[in-house]
Write a protein that binds this ligand. Structure first.
Ligand code: GLC
Length: 489
């Protein structure tokens, strides 16, 4: 079991880098590790504790690198193992830890295991799909392998065959890959799609859905109740193997796509799991309060969650919470108790872009993955000197360079809130507040934010130490849409 006393990640801020879109260093139009290393001063200047890299492994890129063809190397488009070591050393030298992304549910269909060790995968025993399961991105979850003529399971794209975690060989082989990176100095892993690791041993049909899904799903995927295709009760067997590979001191953050109440079995082996209810919450007080309460429920995850409001899979923050609410979203995420993840570009308010033409991701997620915007005065916002793999799109409040020079910018708000959270004493309590306003106590501080569609009265507060938009000092009587503050008492 992980050390529960005072781990480094307890209230840590983790910055998600999507390497393909962060910084290109060689002019090929795609970001790379040398580019990430070059931009680490920006990341460090935010005051974050750690960097999470989305996958950098060799991959045919059918799913943006989440189709891994070798777990123990770096894709040439991102550089070499030596580049990785150099990046890691630079991050560590700046006091930041590094998290990799591990993808244990499936490999790329081009991983050598698929040919050399077919028993490590899930196969149908008939000439056709074994059951009615539907893939996460729509379509049947079974495809025919043209070489062997057999049908294999894929919870995601057909290029991502599912591993059979009931096979002890898988439970030995995959954890070894975690050890490979831990030995190089990696501090933790974000564990991908982990609720898909273990399925019903009999591969029974999923029944039809009886209502809307608890968390947003592809419409076709949502027609079934996923009682057999995921989240098997004995998932602990697989998780224990991953924990053994990572070692006790290594942070394991689960991408468990379930409501908070279902996280218990995962948290027996992982340190924290993403709080997806808050991520997908409607932007109103009742829904946000309920999502926070569910994540902090002593009978549920009891706060062992990683707060996250944005990542590479869903529309960007301004498009989800509403343009004008980005500052309130930052205030919310960065003041809750626990680990918090910030997706690259959130700190400058990047919104959805037009995506790729032709699309790079078949499920339409290009729009959330446009290159980081460094400097509006440079070609492609300073991302590349070449032809960017996705167009560079400006951020409403300007690029990093512009916002850096403006103390009233969103970028400065991120930096100040990350510094401020360090001074919060323990303790959390949701408070009563006027309609449309969310308020909670963090130790001696009080956080107040207007989640309503218009102006709202502010609850009485003492000295404001950070306001989303305006002055500190005397607390305001009213809050405009998307406004909020932290006060001392
Ligand atoms: C996770 C990743 C997503 C990927 C999927 C399959 O949800 O965040 O990008 O497509 O897993 O690996």
């Amino acid at each position: 079991m992980p050390d529960a006393r005072n781990p480094w990640w307890r209230d840590a801020v983790v910055y998600q880098v999507y390497p393909r879109s962060f910084q290109d260093s060689d002019g090929d139009g795609e970001g790379d590790l040398a580019g990430v290393a070059r931009r680490l001063d920006h990341v460090a200047s935010l005051g974050v504790d750690a960097v999470w890299l989305s996958p950098i492994y060799p991959s045919p890129m059918a799913d943006g690198g989440y189709d891994v063809s070798d777990y123990e190397d770096v894709d040439p488009r991102f550089g070499t193992l030596a580049d990785f070591d150099a990046f890691l050393a630079r991050a560590h030298a700046r006091g930041m830890r590094v998290l990799m992304d591990v993808v244990p549910c499936h490999t790329s269909i081009e991983h050598r295991w698929f040919r050399e060790h077919p028993d490590r995968y899930v196969w149908s025993d008939r000439d056709g799909p074994q059951n009615n399961w539907i893939g996460t991105f729509g379509g049947p979850a079974w495809s025919k392998d043209p070489r062997s003529g057999r049908w294999y399971l894929h919870s995601f794209y057909p290029e991502q065959p599912d591993l059979d975690w009931r096979n002890p060989e898988v439970r030995q082989a995959m954890p070894r890959a975690l050890g490979f990176w831990v030995d190089r100095g990696v501090d933790g892993f974000r564990v991908d799609a982990i609720d898909r690791l273990m399925k019903d041993p009999e591969l029974r049909d999923d029944p039809p859905a009886t209502g809307p899904p608890a968390l947003p799903l592809h419409p076709e995927h949502a027609t079934l109740e996923h009682v057999h295709s995921r989240n098997a009760p004995d998932v602990g067997v697989a998780l224990a193997a991953l924990r053994a590979g990572a070692g006790d001191g290594t942070l394991l953050v689960g991408e468990v796509y379930l409501p908070s109440a279902g996280l218990g079995p995962y948290l027996e082996h992982l340190d924290v799991a993403f709080a997806f209810e808050l991520f997908h919450s409607q932007w109103n007080v009742a829904a946000v309060r309920a999502a926070i309460e569910a994540a902090l429920d002593p009978a549920g995850p009891a706060g062992r969650v990683a707060w996250v409001l944005s990542n590479h899979d869903f529309p960007r923050l301004p498009d989800r919470v509403g343009h004008g609410n980005e500052r309130a979203a930052a205030l919310l995420a960065l003041t809750l108790p626990g680990t918090v993840f910030v997706y690259q570009g959130d700190e400058i308010g990047m919104a959805d872009g037009p995506g790729g033409d032709p699309p790079r991701d078949r499920w339409g997620r290009d729009a959330f993955r446009h290159p980081m915007r460094w400097d509006d005065a440079e070609p492609h916002g300073g991302f590349t000197t070449g032809d960017p793999w996705l167009p560079s799109t400006p951020a409403e409040g300007g690029a990093v360079a512009t916002q850096e020079a403006n103390p009233a910018s969103l970028l400065h708000l991120y930096r100040d809130l990350i510094a401020l959270r360090r001074s919060f004493a323990p303790g959390f309590e949701l408070l009563d507040a006027p309609e449309g306003v969310l308020a909670f106590r963090r130790g001696e501080h009080v956080v107040v934010l207007n989640l309503g569609p218009g102006e709202a009265p502010a609850p009485p507060a003492k000295e404001v130490v950070r306001h989303t938009h305006g002055a500190t000092g005397k607390a305001p009587d009213r809050l405009g849409r998307g406004e909020g503050f932290v006060s001392k008492g």
